[in-house]
Design a protein around this ligand. Structure first.
Ligand SMILES: [Zn+2]
Length: 162
């Protein structure tokens, strides 16, 4: 289903659009920290006033993220049931909502992802408390393990800069 909305063809009571866009819509690359693992689902009502389109409803998608603490990957289901968007009219043409939905969904992702946020397979972060100043925990967090994480991150950086 097309997400191109022609304001001139919009019914008085608004237009209901429902469907899903392939994960490729997010434009994420394999080397990106964030991966989309589901379609972008939308269930929206579109109306307009003299300034632009008014979009209200729900968008949802599932992502695969890297935990900022333990560097392990986890899945996060993003469900925005109270989603709202105003798109100003810039010319008389039809408006494609695709890029707006994509951007808003990506912006809603956590800036500092932690694997305990994962709601697909709930888990505790294995690195939880590792950086706490408690001396008791030092024995439980071997240095090598930390080293491995940083080495992996370095490799990631190298991949990116190449
Ligand atoms: Zn974690």
């Amino acid at each position: 289903m097309s997400l191109r909305i022609d304001p001139k063809g919009l019914p008085e009571e608004g237009l209901h659009i429902e469907g899903r866009l392939a994960p490729a819509v997010f434009g994420l690359q394999p080397e990106d920290e964030v991966r989309a693992v589901s379609h972008l689902e939308y269930d929206l009502n579109v109306t307009s006033d003299e300034d632009g389109l008014i979009v209200q409803g729900r968008i949802a998608a599932t992502f695969d993220l890297a935990c900022g603490r333990c560097a392990e990957r986890f899945q996060l289901r993003m469900d925005l049931p109270g989603y709202g968007l105003d798109v100003p009219f810039e010319n008389a043409g039809a408006i494609d909502l695709t890029s707006w939905l994509r951007e808003d969904m990506l912006l809603a992702l956590p800036t500092f992802p932690r694997c305990e946020m994962g709601n697909v397979t709930p888990r505790e972060c294995p690195a939880e408390g590792r950086f706490a100043p408690a001396t008791e925990n030092v024995r439980d967090a071997p240095q090598e393990e930390d080293g491995e994480v940083w080495k992996a991150l370095d490799q990631l950086d190298n991949l990116k800069s190449n």
